[in-house]
Design a protein around this ligand. Sequence first.
Ligand SMILES: OC[C@H]1O[C@H](O[C@H]2O[C@H](CO)[C@@H](O)[C@H](O)[C@H]2O)[C@H](O)[C@@H](O)[C@@H]1O
Length: 570
Amino acid sequence: MESKSDLSQIYCYGELLHTVQMAHLFADSKTFVDRKLKNTPAETIANFQTFMAAKNNSPTQDEIREFVENNFDDLGKEFVPWEPTDWVEHPAFIDNINDPDLKQWGVDLNAIWKDLGRKMIDDVHTNPHFYSIIPVDNPVIVPGGRFIEFYYWDSYWIIRGLLYSQMTHTARGMLENFMSIVRRFGFIPNGGRIYYAQRSQPPLLAAMIKSYVEFTKDTQFAVQSLEVLEHEFEYWMNNHTVQAKGYNVCAYGGISPGPRPESYREDIETSKAFVTDAEKEEHYAELKAAAESGMDFSSRWFINDKGEQTGDLTHLKTRSIVPVELNAILHWNAKIIAEFYRLAGNNSKAEEYENKAAKILEAIEAVHWNEEAGVWLDYDLINNKSRNYFVPTNLAPLWTMSYNLNDSEKISKSVLKYIEKLELDKYPGGVPNTLYRTGEQWDFPNVWPPMQYLLIKGLENLGTTESKELSVKWGHRWVKSNFQAYSETRAMFEKYDAERFGGHGGGGEYDVQKGFGWSNGVIIEFLDKYGRNITLPGNGGNDGGKLKMWSVIGITAFAVIAVVVGRLLI
Ligand SMILES: OC[C@H]1O[C@H](O[C@H]2O[C@H](CO)[C@@H](O)[C@H](O)[C@H]2O)[C@H](O)[C@@H](O)[C@@H]1O
């Protein structure tokens, strides 16, 4: 029987991983750690030792490439082609779309689910020690591009998209996978590979199950999920709690030493700014904590010597920043668990979780709410101060409803003032993730679908006339801008560009990816919600930034050609 640690010595840490990743054989460091073994882990390690001894411990790049080709299979060997069995050609959301071009786009997006489905071959279950993939029983919908396994927080928007596409069976399968993973690992890893198994991502399983139950009315499933949800909640409380202003709050933080296996060379590069091994280890831990947040990487996690957010990756202090959305999501978790306990008829447990939710809410109000800024802010544990820098997550409590609902009017006024002051409405391609341009992918000018969703849904939840108006405005703009990008490229992107209507994002350590799970999920939900009220300029609509400009140019050009042709004919 192969031990898990043999496999970890190949895919997670150790000489073999170091030698191969530092040889820079692949444009994307993730490629190597996704390749299947040709031999058992023990044989692979023995082959590596023999290889290194034969090369006097300094093999050339070509020799390392040959070692990899001899010992590792091609990418994607763990999957069989799979078409979701519950896929339907014409889900009901399509009928909610009036504009013919948007309707066709809805049809196209629904078809993309078939490209993003992945089912594991039986060998993954019988011989898991040949693979870095985490075995799960049911097929999954993946983000796309280089991301060929499940990702934890992406799955929230993917599953909602599946539910709107009537693919409840696929959604249920993914939820059952996550439940089995919590039973095996105690929490949900960042993604479906063993090299992700030492860190998580924003804990949205409870919210995914709540979405499923709202769609299917399967309250029994809610009750069945309680043990797992409670377990995951306690995992976060027991392993991520820090103290701020005398309150227990949670922060992101990984637990494994060394660079991220999937970005090994990149992490070694940035660690060169540090002298001692201990300092380098601290840096790796900050990188992994940022990956755990889902926002890898961003100036949101920089603290420089002045206690400010300017700098670069060497200024990452993720573990010392208390993030608004993590505490808001945990508050939401406690509320959902309480609600499910009520469904189960267990009122004392429901009360226990309502009390836990109330405690988290108290901490959110004390640590994150900032009266002067008029919004919630991350908290800097090194300098004991709020971080008054824009990130969409400053509005996360609106999405999770983590505020006193009697204060809606007051909160609405102050949040809208904040939005106006920061001119967040001025960007044609959506609200950027930060206002600071660093070249990192979670910084200006990139716009991320889950964050647009958070803002749009949050403003809608707030429920005042003004907040709902802005929510609809941003919702319509997001649909139109994504459509513009799609009509120019026939692709959906993982991130977009605030500065360009219809522009896609870039920056960071890998090329912008297409597919794309959460982007499609968000748009499908928005097409269902706004589809009756959006008409594209070319089809008689009268708004839409660049689209409008292009239609004016198109109509003018057509008129000029008609006049010229008319004259020639006379
Ligand atoms: O390989 C670099 C990083 O890639 C992932 O992060 C990005 O893609 C994920 C999938 O869409 C998404 O969940 C995350 O928010 C993105 O930043 C991965 O999650 C990271 O751990 C990894 O280091």
